[in-house]
Design a protein around this ligand. Structure first.
Ligand SMILES: C[S@@+](CC[C@H](N)C(=O)[O-])C[C@H]1O[C@@H](n2cnc3c(N)ncnc32)[C@H](O)[C@@H]1O
Length: 314
């Protein structure tokens, strides 16, 4: 974990009083803490840093580490490395989805937060326009890989062709990414380990439908987003799934109830201040559809329409 990140963190167990964390360094490599511990100055809870990866999860989120969704698997790593970086190794089927989402980022000297960052593509893009970028994800495998990419500034991986048959793919990374400005940690989108009003840009891309309480994810983004001069780039396919969240908690996809109708319409209303979840409300700067792809094997692909909204505060 980069040392600069410490000043930005607060205990996810003590979010109401925004308790800072003390850092105990056992091993460091230049500005990176490789082994150590963060300790809450209020409740005393400790958060480990092992092999450079800080895990800043409250007790109630520790089950995320057991990974029922498969985001720690080797096959998921191959899928997401392909999705995020295939255009850099000139794959003819590459998706330009990440270029579309990142086209909304604006130059600022503020911090950016990429929630559910996976292997980090949007965090790398955010480093072109922001002074610091923090990517968070609940998958240790993704965060470990994202930090490895950050240090190596290039990609080398085994792309799954079929079963255990793989092929090497590699490429150098974009020279315009500012690697010193970026770090990745393991954290929960529903208990973001940062104080109120910490970020000028927050991204939530394809994660809303993956969390057990979508409304809490929105509320926690409101908490950490600056009240002025800020932007939220949101996108989701709204493929609601009862194995992830109870249907009463969905923000769309049902014919009855508070959030009946389409997710994108309900999210637009929530951004605009309905229910007071976003306070101050967000102005809708743009809306649309992004064609996104996940490549599972040579023969198995997911083609996804992710619906995005860009919300801003003046
Ligand atoms: C569908 S993937 C999208 C990844 C990335 N944003 C993208 O669009 O390529 C969902 C991501 O959210 C992460 N995730 C799921 N639940 C999470 C949670 N509660 N907190 C943080 N990350 C979570 C997963 O590990 C995965 O990386």
């Amino acid at each position: 974990m980069k040392k600069w990140l410490k000043e930005k963190l607060s205990c996810p167990e003590c979010l109401n009083n925004q308790a800072p964390l003390d850092l105990d360094i056992k091993e460091e490599l230049s500005d990176d803490v490789m082994e150590g511990e963060l300790r809450c100055t209020a409740c005393g809870r400790c958060y480990p840093i092992n092999k450079g990866v800080a895990v800043i999860l409250p007790e109630k989120s520790m089950s995320l580490m057991s990974d029922k969704s498969g985001y720690n698997s080797q096959s998921m790593l191959s899928s997401y490395l392909w999705s995020h970086f295939s255009e850099l190794f000139n794959d003819p089927d590459a998706t330009d989805a990440y270029k579309v989402w990142s086209s909304y980022f604006r130059e600022t000297d503020g911090y950016a937060l990429d929630i559910g960052c996976s292997v980090g593509r949007l965090s790398f893009e955010l480093s072109k326009t922001h002074s610091h970028v923090i990517g968070i994800d609940s998958s240790v495998s993704f965060v470990t890989k994202a930090r490895e990419l950050l240090n190596q500034k290039r990609l080398d991986f085994d792309l799954i062709i079929e079963g255990f048959i793989t092929e090497k793919r590699s490429c150098d990374f974009d020279a315009s990414w500012n690697y010193d400005r970026i770090d990745f940690i393991v954290a929960d989108a529903l208990a973001l380990p940062f104080p109120k009003s910490s970020f000028s840009t927050v991204t939530s891309i394809n994660i809303l439908e993956k969390v057990p309480s979508p409304i809490r994810h929105l509320a926690d983004m409101n908490r950490v987003l600056n009240e002025e001069n800020s932007m939220l780039v949101f996108s989701d396919p709204f493929s609601w799934d009862e194995t992830v969240s109870a249907s009463e908690l969905w923000l769309g996809g049902t014919p009855h109830g508070k959030y009946k109708g389409r997710g994108i319409d309900n999210i637009s209303k929530i951004f605009s201040g309905e229910e007071g979840i976003f306070d101050p409300p967000l102005e809708i700067a743009d809306k649309g559809n992004v064609s996104w792809k996940i490549r599972k094997t040579e023969n198995l692909w997911e083609h996804i329409n992710s619906q995005f909204i860009v919300g801003t505060r003046k």
